[in-house]
Write a protein that binds this ligand. Structure first.
Ligand code: LMR
Length: 396
């Protein structure tokens, strides 16, 4: 039976990362997967997470299953981190959540719950969006429509086109938004645009679903969710799929959460029960380790303070790399790269053709996606000159 299956191409992101790993060139530059790298090109373990891990090793008594809803301290801490302690929905018990295997697991459980409520519902995704969104949500049976988002001419959000397209979204549709640090383009909505989008959601009745994978890596933990919080404070039903891969460095521990804000506490309970049943049929219960570590950090004031300081330092480093790249690329290539400075988070589209991205790989061992998306955090003092020269060579 299985013999008839053909070999599929590698994942466009993970496949390139593997190609880069096997490249023997000592000058190679890996800007493929969205992983935070420090100045030495290493993805660090947060010290606060390492301390939580020591505590866990000392105190852990069992490896028995954890409940489908996940770690309690993690759920409580994440609800507050995302919605804010003064959220009236949070204080009224109108937010329910379950821990999931990473942000992907969160998106998948969100999709399962949407599919139970409205089979085949239409999900509006930005053009472009993270390439896994459509296969991940679509495998559950949801349908898609795209809304215009990124304008390659201005390297920014074309908000009037976005509003124009989303004015066709109806009650029963879901609009998938990137909470901050848009993946792949790095161009985010301004606060004023979040307000206009909130108004449109109220008017049209669609349900916003927010993918929040980079909280804290754009402009800081609070600023990165200011738009999301405004929306949530003014729209009854909101879904958030969040990941702790990047902002706690828990990539391989698969630590995520799906949160549902609904109109009443009884409906929040009903949705949570649906999410638990969906989890049971897909993977049963989440991995414990990452959720417990994140829960320990979020529930201990000293660990939390230290974690925030570490995260802020990463955010500052990314933004300084953005400044350096804008300045050096503009000087070396004779074209304007100032947009890199204006964007947020790990990603930027450099605006190169796919041929140029391929030449960078084959001739210079500089790895970025064919769309010319780079992971800004992969740049450091050792590779920036080589990177800038390579870009200048393929573009001039
Ligand atoms: C990325 O876009 O590079 C990250 O979100 C990692 C992934 O799983 O694709």
């Amino acid at each position: 039976m299985l013999e008839q299956l053909s070999e599929l191409p590698d994942d466009p992101i993970l496949g390139l990362a593997a190609e880069c790993r096997s490249d023997p060139n000592p000058e190679k530059v890996d800007l493929t997967v969205g992983i935070y790298m420090d100045e030495s090109g290493h993805c660090p373990i947060f010290k606060s997470i390492a301390r939580a891990q020591e505590k866990l090793i000392d105190e852990e008594l069992t490896k028995a299953y954890i409940p489908a809803v996940g770690d309690e301290a993690f759920n409580i801490g994440m609800r507050e981190l995302i919605f804010g302690s003064d959220s009236s929905a949070l204080n009224d018990g109108r937010i329910s959540s379950i821990q999931t295997p990473g942000g992907c697991g969160a998106l998948r459980i969100g999709a399962e719950v949407i599919q139970s409520a409205a089979p085949g519902a239409k999900v509006w995704v930005s053009d472009p969006t993270w390439p896994v969104h459509i296969p991940l949500l679509g495998s559950v049976g949801l349908n898609f429509e795209t809304y215009r988002y990124y304008d390659p001419e201005t390297h920014g959000v074309d908000f009037s086109m976005m509003l124009d397209d989303l004015s066709n979204a109806q009650k029963g549709d879901v609009v998938l938004l990137h909470g901050c640090c848009h993946n792949p383009c790095g161009a985010d909505l301004t606060m004023d645009q979040w307000k206009q989008l909130t108004q449109l959601s109220q008017q049209q009745g669609f349900t916003p679903m927010i993918d929040l994978a980079y909280q804290g890596l754009g402009a800081g933990l609070e600023d990165d969710v200011a738009g999301l919080r405004f929306l949530a404070d003014n729209v009854e039903e909101v879904i958030v799929a969040a990941s702790c891969s990047k902002n706690m460095g828990l990539y391989r521990e698969r630590t995520g959460i799906i949160l549902f804000q609904s109109e009443s506490s009884s409906s929040a309970r009903a949705i949570a029960s649906q999410a638990k049943v969906a989890a049971r049929r897909v993977y049963s219960m989440p991995p414990a380790h990452g959720g417990i570590l994140a829960g320990l950090v979020l529930s201990d004031s000293k660990l939390k303070e230290d974690w925030i300081a570490e995260l802020d330092a990463m955010c500052i480093r990314i933004n300084s790399l953005r400044d350096q790249l804008s300045t050096h690329l503009t000087a070396a290539c004779g074209r304007d790269f100032d947009f890199i400075r204006r964007e947020n988070g790990m990603f930027s589209f450099l605006g190169l053709t796919s041929e140029q991205a391929k030449s960078l790989r084959s001739e210079h061992s500089v790895y970025m996606l064919d769309s010319s998306r780079i992971n800004v955090a992969g740049i450091n003092a050792n590779n920036i000159d080589y990177f800038v020269k390579s870009i200048a060579r393929v573009t001039n």
